[in-house]
Design a protein around this ligand. Structure first.
Ligand SMILES: [Zn+2]
Length: 456
């Protein structure tokens, strides 16, 4: 007798699977995000496939010539860049982001752009009526674009429509509103979202249609987040930005057809999202006199250099447990840098609140920003600005040594292009042409502190 298979429990935030329910996900720490998921079909009765014969699979060698995938450019260069150079047929793309950040606006503009390039584009919305989408399109000046609209949430009806229309690109807004009638759970649950993503991805491969799925990042565990379908699609893009800022960043976190970590930068304007071809200039636009606590980091995002500004504030605190607040940078990495400053340079931050912010709503994850973070913290603590017109980059190891980072030359070139005259970077690595910059290379953090802040 086969035992009745037990159901699993899935985290709606991160997709972690457990065998028992709990109030908090052990994988991502989210509360009330665990949902029961019905077991999948139990499959054939025999326990193993054994020696039973299947079909033989055709094998080929590695040397076979493979043409690069044909791509269609939208003409929106920042969007094409993040896709790895344009839209690949039969690819499944997930575009995630907070509700209201502008995903629908971005994709409507992309839909119109691809339609203008001659692709047959279908836009299915489960969120809004066609009339609302039409109004938005008119507001964006896209009223005449040959995009076909549909308002539907029934997955079976949508697939029937797509099979009949055979579009080159189908945009599904959003995957959380889709409802598959063969799955017994509420729309938005992990099972429904996975079923919809699976069916639509399979459709993409079967009919050579590129499919873009919109996924809302949700804070409540009732609705499954886009992370539970990340592994099913070819490309995962996240649309980020702070609501108070007008710029938005489209970031590739996974891409089978191009480099991950590539970013596209857009600005939200009255007429929709417009491209920002030179993001460094935008992120540094508020820069005036070098203020204490403010440091310009020469970073690399994907394949291009981007300059951005770290801002730190250090203030005495009455709290026994001082505050450590970061926006746009990892909190654990901040703790490490504070520990290295204390242990290797003798500069304590105990009794001091520390706030660290990346200006303009950028998120930085490169370890190469360590030195810029340390510089911002020291500059804030000592109330002394860095030398003007200086960019900083370098990774800090636990020993306090500075490690060389990749693409030093590109970072320096970008800095020079934007009018910087000096750079502080780690020693070692490849010799580079400082291209007109005054390049100051240092071996460790203590040397940096002594050189720049005259202590040590
Ligand atoms: Zn989780």
């Amino acid at each position: 007798m086969a035992k009745a298979s037990k159901s699993n429990f899935v985290c709606a935030n991160c997709g972690n699977v457990t065998t028992k329910w709990s109030g908090r996900c052990e994988a991502c720490g989210e509360w009330n995000s665990i949902q029961e998921e019905a077991p999948l079909g139990t499959g054939p009765a025999s326990k193993t496939i054994g020696a039973a014969r299947g079909r033989r699979v055709t094998l080929s060698d590695l040397a076979a010539e493979e043409a690069p995938p044909p791509r269609t450019s939208s003409g929106i260069a920042e969007f094409d860049r993040v896709l790895g150079g344009g839209l690949v047929p039969a690819s499944a793309i997930l575009v995630g982001g907070d509700p209201g950040i502008g995903k629908s606006t971005l994709l409507l503009q992309a839909a119109a752009a691809f339609a203008a390039e001659g692709l047959k584009v279908v836009y299915i919305s489960g969120e809004e009526a066609s009339a609302q989408i039409r109004m938005r399109a008119q507001r964006l000046g896209l009223g005449a674009a040959p995009v076909m609209l549909g308002a539907e949430t029934n997955l079976r009806d949508i697939l029937t429509t797509l099979e009949a229309e055979k579009p080159d690109l189908a945009i599904i807004d959003s995957v959380q509103t889709m409802w598959a009638d063969h799955v017994e759970s509420a729309p938005g649950s992990v099972s429904q979202v996975r079923a919809a993503a699976h069916e639509l991805t399979a459709f993409a491969k079967r009919r050579n249609t590129a499919v873009i799925l919109v996924g809302h990042v949700t804070k409540e565990g009732q609705i499954a987040g886009p992370r539970v379908v990340e592994h099913m699609v070819d490309t995962v893009l996240y649309f980020e930005g702070e609501r108070g800022h007008q710029f938005r960043i489209l970031r590739a976190v996974k891409n089978r057809f191009g480099p991950a970590d590539e970013i596209g930068v857009f600005e939200m304007t009255g007429g929709g999202l417009s491209e920002v071809p030179n993001p460094s200039a935008l992120f540094l636009s508020e820069r005036g006199q070098p203020a204490p606590g403010s440091v310009v980091f020469a970073g690399i995002e994907g394949t291009r250099p981007v300059l951005c500004e770290f801002q730190a504030l250090v203030a005495p605190t009455p709290l026994a447990q001082p505050r450590r607040t970061t926006v746009g940078w990892d909190g654990g990495r901040l703790a490490m840098i504070l520990a290295v400053l204390e242990a290797r340079c003798g500069i304590p931050f105990a009794g001091l609140d520390v706030y660290l912010n990346v200006a303009g709503g950028m998120k930085i994850s490169e370890p190469a920003a360590d030195l810029a973070v340390a510089a911002a913290l020291l500059s804030a603590r000592e109330d002394a600005g860095l030398p003007p017109e200086t960019v900083v980059f370098g990774e800090i190891s636990l020993s306090g040594a500075l490690r060389p980072v990749s693409q030093t030359e590109n970072r320096l070139k970008e800095a020079q292009k934007l009018g910087f005259s000096a750079a502080i970077a780690p020693e070692g690595g490849k010799a580079v042409d400082p291209s007109g910059l005054k390049l100051n290379r240092m071996s460790d953090l203590a040397a940096f502190v002594g050189d720049v802040f005259g202590a040590g």
